[in-house]
Design a protein around this ligand. Structure first.
Ligand code: CDP
Ligand code: MG
Length: 374
């Protein structure tokens, strides 16, 4: 029998103003899908090949975009799918330590290439006491003071990563705690590549599922407003949003690397799941001006996006030039080294949003890092 994954999905129908439920089937053999309306017991979408959905996006709790509808995957549809896709899926904390925050693109590349996905991310700076709380288990160790001092010495990036056996996969990727030992025993590991010594060793990974749950709660608490705050400065800055299609295609690491390589500073970073009203509000100035406005709104709330505060000389102007013309086709002809030329697909899915008007840089950064990050 053909392999088939089943999910229960919800979609908020804005016209009828009600939540509709669907059975969603995905056929990995040919990348096709179909949908049934649960209440009305009828076919909603006939089986059709749909390239914009990736098997790695199919897990409970995720939001996927199917023909411009945002569907929330709320449950597995059968035991087969639960066993096949659900049983080994874990969420764990991957923390990038202050020694390599400028290499966040490289680290994310490694995360994606290990079939893990980043579901939450936030750049933050821990106070001495926050770092001490986080590493409480080590408080009697001789290295505790140095460790806390180091962890509070600069920004860190906390990520929730997800995938099969994410906890052990990520720790294996990191390698042994001592960077010198990592170079001897696990020369392919992240600590072997980027680590300095026994203290400055690139990253942290939770040691168990219990620890992962506790540590994720530390950085991404369920109670609003209780986590460590973001690092946005709101001065001399511009706003860049890595759009959901690019995040879902695993391009985040490459885009961050390109931005850093061009000499821009990423001074704040956070992933958001935009609600439609927020996407509409953020893009308000384009309404009635840009033909693609409705598509832009739908794209921005179709899955997690990554917001950045960018600093550098004469941003937003220089950063906007670096993003390139809004249409990737034109960008590829005229400015082949720009972000949109390299990573864009079409006018709506053009990889990144960047602030257009210099005077809006701070305002757009505030929209994400002050208003949405509550
Ligand atoms: O980070 P991991 O879980 O691999 O190692 P750990 O033994 O739980 O130690 C936590 C952190 O303390 C390490 O990642 C190092 O940064 C630091 N450490 C140190 O500075 N000196 C040691 N002898 C051991 C650990
Ligand atoms: Mg540890």
């Amino acid at each position: 029998m053909e392999d088939r994954y089943a999910f229960l999905a919800e979609w908020f129908d804005p016209i009828a103003a009600l939540m509709r439920r669907f059975q969603l089937f995905y056929y990995p053999n040919d990348g096709s899908m179909e949908m049934f309306d649960v209440k009305n017991q009828r076919v909603f979408l006939k089986r059709i090949k749909y390239d914009d959905i990736h098997p790695r996006d199919l897990f409970v709790g995720n939001r996927v975009n199917v023909f411009s509808r945002q569907l929330n995957l709320i449950d597995y549809g059968d035991q087969y799918t639960r066993n096949k896709l659900g049983s080994k899926k874990e969420r764990t904390l991957a923390l990038i330590k202050p020694d390599v925050v400028t290499k966040i693109g490289d680290v994310m590349e490694l995360v994606y290439s290990s079939n893990l996905i980043v579901t939450k991310a936030k750049m933050t700076r821990l106070s001495w006491s926050q770092a001490a709380d986080f590493y409480m288990e080590h408080q009697s160790k001789s290295f505790f003071n140095n460790l806390v001092q180091f962890m509070s010495s600069g920004p860190v990036v906390a990520m929730e990563i997800m995938g099969d056996e994410a906890t052990s996969v990520w720790r294996k990727l990191l390698g042994p705690a001592d960077s010198a030992a990592a170079r001897r025993e696990a020369p392919q590991s992240i600590r072997a590549h980027f680590g300095t010594d026994g203290l400055q060793n690139v990253g942290h990974g939770s040691e168990s599922l219990d620890a992962a749950a506790r540590e994720l709660e530390f950085f991404f608490p369920s109670a609003i407003g209780h986590g460590p705050s973001n690092t946005a400065t709101f001065t001399d800055c511009t706003c860049c949003i890595i759009k959901p299609h690019a995040v879902s295609d695993g391009l985040t690491g490459k885009i961050l690397n390109s931005i850093s390589a061009a000499g821009f500073e990423i001074s704040a970073l956070q992933m958001f799941n935009m609600e439609r009203v927020n996407a509409e509000e953020f893009y308000e100035v384009y309404k009635g001006v840009v033909l693609e406005y409705p598509g832009m709104v739908t794209e921005l709330c179709s899955g997690p996006c990554m917001a950045l505060e960018i600093r550098g000389t004469d941003t937003p102007k220089t950063f906007r030039e670096f993003c390139g013309p809004a249409d990737p086709e034109i960008a590829r002809h005229l400015r082949p080294n720009t972000l949109r030329a390299l990573y864009g697909k079409d006018k709506v899915r053009n990889a990144v949003h960047c602030t257009d008007l210099p005077e809006d840089g701070v305002l757009e950064v505030q929209y994400f890092f002050k208003i949405l990050d509550t």
